[in-house]
Design a protein around this ligand. Structure first.
Ligand code: HT7
Ligand code: ZN
Length: 844
C-alpha cells in the first residue's frame, strides 16, 4: 500500500458544478449512471483528470455526449478532457449483494444501503472522491422496493422510482442511498425560525417499538444545537435509518443519517441504561455533524479531527447538559485512559492530526476523536466561555460551505480572541501523552507549585517540545475548606512555577481539576493526602481521582508485594459510597475499580512486568475484602439503589441502577450468586437482567441463566449480541478463550455481521487475563479470526487488531506469542491494505 502525506496536498484540477446520479437497483448488477458537470478549477493549473473508482465495471463513458475510452486501472481512471467546462457521463455496474466490506453500496437483510466515508463513494461510481470537492447532488433511484431514500429533500416519486435533491454542496463521502421494505416512526420539529422539518426513523418491520427513544433524542439534539450553538437545521426532512450490518456506530450523511441498529434501536426490555445513554449521544453526535462536518467539512482526511474532535466535544457537552456533568466528565476520562492513552503510548501513536497514512480507515481512532475533543476542551478553558462562543460564531460565518483545515480553525480562534495559538497547535501535531510532575514548596506564607512536563518519544517523533497545558488548581486548608477556588494556571514551559501568596497554613492542592488537560499527572501524593482529597475535595473529578489513586496503589501493592487489601482505603471509600447526599451515579463510579489493563500499564511504567493473572487475583481479592468489610452496608446501599417508579432511562434512575449493579457485584462475592439469580429472575428491564447475568458469569454460576436468556431472546439480534459478549467478557480468565472458540461454532455466530463478530472477539480482547492466557490461546484465536474476517471486511478486522497494541508491556513469553500471532496474520496470502498497515505498525 502507498503512503499519503499531508505535505503533498494539491487541489483537484476541476470544480464540480452539479452531479446527477441514477441507480437501477439489483443485488448482483446495479447500474449507476452519472452525469457530472466539471469546470477548470481557477485555484490550480494542473488539469490531470483522474477519477477514483474501485471494483466498478465501466459500461460506457462520454464527454459532452461523445463516447470516450478512458485509461482504467484498479484505482480509477484518467481521460483527456476539454480545456473548458464539460459534462462527463458514465455508466457502471456494481454488485451490492457481494459487498461484504460494507463500504460503498451493499446489502443488509435485503436492504440496500451505503457507507461512503471515508473513501467508499469510489466503489459506487467514478468520481473525484476527496472531501474538498463539493457539489450539489440530484439522485434518482429505480427499484420495486417501497422505500427509496437519498440525501436532501424529496422530489418526484412514483411507481418504481424516487428522486431526491440535495441543494447543499457536499463531498461524496456524505452521499447516501437506502432502499428496502422499511417502516418509519415519524414526527415534526419546528426550527426556532419557524420552519417545520419532517423527521423519520426508518427500521425493518417489527422494530418500530424500539424507535421512540431515538426520535426523542433527535428532537433534543436539534433544540440543543439551536440554543447552545445557534445552529438550525437546513432541509425539509431529516431521515435516520437503522441497519444491522455496519462497520461503525453511525454516519452523518446529509439529511440521511445511517445508524448501526445497535446505536439507535432501544426498548427497556432489550436495552440497558448504558445503551440508552449511548444512543442519545450518537444521535446527537451525528446530528451535530450537520454543521461541524457537513456545512463545514475537511479539506483532506488529515484534517479528520476538525470535524470529529469538535463534534465529540459538542456531543459531550450535550450529554453533560442532559445528564450529570461530573459523571459525564469522569466517564470520559475513564474512556480516554482506557482507549486513547494506550494508543498514544504504544506503536500506533499518532498526532491528533496525522501527517501520513496508508489507509485512512485506520485513523478513525481514539486519538483523532477523543483526544481531538480534549484539545477543543483545552482551547475553551484557555480562552474562556465567551470567547469560545465568539470564535465558534466566526467559524460558522467565515467557513460555511467550505472544506477547511486545522490552520483555518486556529486562525478563527486567533482572530476572535487576539491570542497567539502557534504553541497550542502542537496539540495537533505532536503525538504522545505528556507526563506532568509537580513539586510543592511552602515558605513563609508563599505556597509554590512547580510543574515539569515531558513527553516520551513516539514512533516517528524523537523530539518533543513543551505543550500549552491548562492546569486547573484549587487549594484546600488542612480542615478541608477550599481556600483558593478553581484557578487556571497556563503552563507553557518545560518547567514552570506558580506561587500563591498569603496562605495562612500549608494547603493541600487539588490538581488538574476536571481533568483540565489530557496528561499523566505523576504525583507523589501520600495515602493521607489522597484520603483527605477523597473526603473533602469539592471538585468531583479530583475527588473521584483520589479514590482511584488509592485503589490503584492498593492493587499495585497487592501485585508487587502481596500486600493485603488496604483497610484505610476501604474505610475512606465507605464514607463516600455510603453518603446518601451524593449522586448514586457518582458513588457507582467511586466503586468502579481501575481496569486490569490500566493496572498493567501502571505496573509497566513503574518498571514491573505486569502479570495478568496476578492483576486479576489482586482485583478479586480487593473486591472480596470490600464485600466482607461492608457486609453491614450492602443491604442499605441496595435499598438506596432501588427504583420504585416505572422504568425510565433517565440519569436519576440509571445512576441508581449503576449503584445497584456495583452492590450486587460485591454481594455475589459473598453469596456466590443467590441475590444475582433472584434479580435475574425478577428483572423487568434489560439493565437489571444483564447486570445480574454478568455477576453470575463472573461467579462461574451462569449456565442455567445463560440458557434461559438464550431461549427467551434468540429472536433478537441485538440482545443476542449481549448474550454472546457477556459470557466471554466476564468469564473466569481460564475459560474465556475456550468459550469464545466454542461460540464461533454457535449457529447464530455470523462473522460477516460486525456487531456479532465484535460481540465475540471484542469481548475476548476485553477480558484482560483471559486474552493474555499464558499459553497464548487468546492471541491465536483472535489472530486466526482476524485473518478470516480480513478477507471479507478489512476495515473491521484491522480495527480489531488494535487489541494487540500493548504487546510490548508483557513478559518475554507472552510477547513472543503475540509477535508470532501477528506475524502469522501478516503473512496470510491476500492480506488487505488495511490490515497490512495495521500489523506493520503494531510490529514496528
Ligand atoms: N463520521 C463517521 C465515521 C464513520 C466511518 C468511517 C469509516 C468507515 C465507516 C464509517 N462509519 C462511520 C461517523 C462519525 O464519526 O460520526
Ligand atoms: Zn463523527
Amino acid at each position: 500500500p502507498q503512503t499519503v502525506y499531508l505535505s503533498d496536498y494539491t487541489p483537484f484540477g476541476f470544480v464540480v458544478e452539479r452531479v446527477e446520479l441514477t441507480f437501477r437497483l439489483a443485488p448482483e448488477s446495479t447500474r449507476v449512471t452519472s452525469r457530472i458537470r466539471f469546470a477548470p478549477n481557477p485555484e490550480t493549473t494542473d488539469r490531470t483528470f483522474f477519477l477514483h473508482g474501485e471494483e466498478l465495471r465501466l459500461v460506457s463513458a462520454r464527454i459532452d455526449g461523445a463516447e470516450v475510452t478512458p485509461d482504467v486501472t484498479e484505482r480509477g481512471l484518467t481521460c483527456a478532457v476539454p480545456d473548458a467546462a464539460f459534462t462527463w457521463e458514465a455508466e457502471v455496474e456494481i454488485a451490492p449483494a457481494k459487498n461484504t466490506a460494507l463500504e460503498g453500496l451493499y446489502m443488509s437483510n435485503g436492504m440496500y444501503c451505503t457507507q461512503c466515508e471515508a473513501e467508499g463513494f469510489r466503489k459506487i461510481t467514478y468520481y473525484p472522491d476527496r472531501p474538498d470537492v463539493m457539489a450539489s447532488f440530484d439522485v434518482r433511484i429505480e427499484s420495486d422496493l417501497p422505500v427509496m431514500l437519498s440525501n436532501g429533500n424529496p422530489g418526484a416519486a412514483g411507481d418504481g422510482f424516487a428522486e431526491w435533491h440535495d441543494p447543499w454542496p457536499k463531498p461524496a463521502y456524505l452521499f447516501a442511498l437506502v432502499a428496502g421494505e422499511l417502516e418509519a416512526r415519524s414526527d415534526t420539529f419546528t426550527t426556532r425560525s419557524g420552519t417545520p422539518v419532517d423527521l423519520n426513523l426508518w427500521v425493518r418491520p417489527g422494530d418500530l417499538p424500539k424507535t421512540e427513544w431515538g426520535l426523542e433524542a433527535l428532537k433534543k439534539s436539534m433544540r440543543w444545537d439551536e440554543e447552545v450553538y445557534g445552529r438550525e437545521y437546513d432541509l425539509d426532512v431529516f431521515n435516520i435509518v437503522a441497519v444491522d450490518d455496519f462497520n461503525m456506530g453511525a454516519m452523518e450523511n446529509k439529511g440521511l443519517n445511517i445508524f448501526n441498529s445497535s446505536a439507535v434501536l432501544a426498548s427497556p426490555d432489550t436495552s440497558t441504561d448504558a445503551n440508552f445513554e449511548r444512543i442519545e449521544a450518537i444521535i446527537a453526535h451525528e446530528y451535530f455533524h450537520n454543521w461541524t462536518g457537513n456545512r463545514i467539512t475537511c479539506r483532506d482526511w488529515f484534517q479528520l479531527c476538525l470535524k470529529e474532535g469538535l463534534t465529540v466535544f459538542r456531543d459531550s457537552q450535550f450529554t453533560a447538559d442532559m445528564r450529570s456533568a461530573p459523571v459525564k466528565r469522569i466517564g470520559d476520562v475513564i474512556d480516554l485512559r482506557a482507549r486513547q492513552f494506550p494508543e498514544d503510548q504504544g506503536p500506533l501513536s499518532h498526532p491528533v492530526r496525522p501527517d501520513s497514512f496508508q489507509e485512512i480507515n485506520n485513523f478513525y481512532t481514539a486519538t483523532v476523536y477523543e483526544k481531538g475533543a480534549e484539545v477543543i476542551g483545552m482551547l475553551k478553558r484557555l480562552v474562556g466561555d465567551d470567547d469560545y462562543a465568539k470564535a465558534l460564531d466566526l467559524y460558522f460565518e467565515r467557513h460555511d460551505g467550505q472544506a477547511c483545515t486545522i490552520e483555518d480553525w486556529l486562525t478563527v480562534f486567533e482572530d476572535a480572541t487576539g491570542r497567539d495559538l502557534s504553541q497550542f497547535k502542537r496539540w495537533y501535531t505532536q503525538s504522545g501523552t505528556p507526563r506532568l510532575s509537580v513539586e510543592e514548596r511552602y515558605e513563609g506564607s508563599d505556597y509554590t507549585l512547580t510543574f515539569r512536563q515531558h513527553t516520551p518519544t513516539t514512533p516517528g517523533q524523537d523530539e518533543k517540545a513543551p505543550q500549552v497545558l491548562p492546569i486547573a488548581v484549587g487549594l484546600l486548608s488542612p480542615n478541608g475548606d477550599e481556600v483558593v477556588p478553581t484557578t487556571l494556571l497556563e503552563m507553557t514551559e518545560a518547567e514552570q512555577s506558580f506561587t500563591f501568596p498569603n496562605m495562612a497554613s500549608r494547603p493541600v492542592p487539588s490538581l488538574l481539576r476536571g481533568f483540565s488537560a489530557p496528561v499523566v499527572l505523576e504525583r507523589e501524593a501520600s495515602a493521607e493526602q489522597r484520603a483527605f482529597l477523597l473526603a473533602h475535595d469539592t471538585d468531583p473529578f479530583c475527588r473521584w481521582e483520589a479514590g482511584r489513586g488509592l485503589a490503584r496503589a492498593a492493587l499495585m501493592a497487592s501485585v508487587t508485594e502481596g500486600a493485603a487489601p488496604d483497610v484505610a482505603y476501604l474505610d475512606g471509600l465507605r464514607q463516600v459510597v455510603a453518603d446518601p447526599a451524593l449522586d448514586p451515579a457518582f458513588r457507582a463510579l467511586m466503586l468502579q475499580m481501575p481496569t486490569q489493563s490500566e493496572l498493567a500499564q501502571a505496573l509497566a511504567e513503574a518498571g514491573t512486568t505486569p502479570d495478568p493473572d496476578a492483576i486479576f487475583a489482586a482485583q478479586e481479592a480487593l473486591m472480596r475484602a470490600m464485600a466482607e468489610r461492608w457486609q453491614d452496608l450492602l443491604p442499605d446501599l441496595a435499598e438506596q439503589a432501588r427504583v420504585t417508579q416505572p422504568y425510565a432511562p433517565d440519569a436519576a434512575q440509571s445512576g441508581k441502577r449503576a449503584l445497584g449493579a456495583a452492590v450486587l457485584s460485591l454481594q455475589t462475592r459473598l453469596d456466590g450468586g443467590t441475590a444475582a439469580r433472584a434479580q435475574f429472575d425478577s428483572a423487568d428491564n434489560m439493565t437489571l437482567r444483564l447486570s445480574a447475568l454478568g455477576c453470575l458469569v463472573r461467579a462461574d454460576a451462569a449456565d442455567d441463566a445463560l440458557a434461559a436468556f438464550e431461549a427467551a431472546w434468540s429472536h433478537d439480534r441485538l440482545v443476542m449480541d449481549k448474550w454472546f459478549g457477556i459470557q466471554i467478557m466476564l468469564a473466569p480468565p481460564a475459560k474465556a478463550a475456550d468459550r469464545a472458540a466454542e461460540l464461533t461454532g454457535h449457529p447464530a455466530f455470523e462473522m460477516t455481521n460486525p456487531n456479532r463478530f465484535r460481540a465475540v472477539m471484542g469481548a475476548l480482547a476485553s477480558n484482560h487475563a483471559g486474552f493474555h492466557r499464558a499459553d497464548g490461546a487468546g492471541y491465536d484465536l483472535l489472530a486466526h479470526w482476524l485473518g478470516k474476517l480480513d478477507a471479507k471486511n478489512p476495515q473491521t478486522a484491522a480495527r480489531m487488531a488494535t487489541a494487540f497494541q500493548t504487546w510490548r508491556r508483557y513478559d518475554a513469553d507472552r510477547r513472543a506469542r503475540m509477535q508470532t500471532a501477528l506475524r502469522t496474520l501478516r503473512d496470510r496470502p491476500g492480506l488487505s491494505g488495511d490490515m497490512s498497515e495495521m500489523v506493520g505498525r503494531l510490529l514496528g
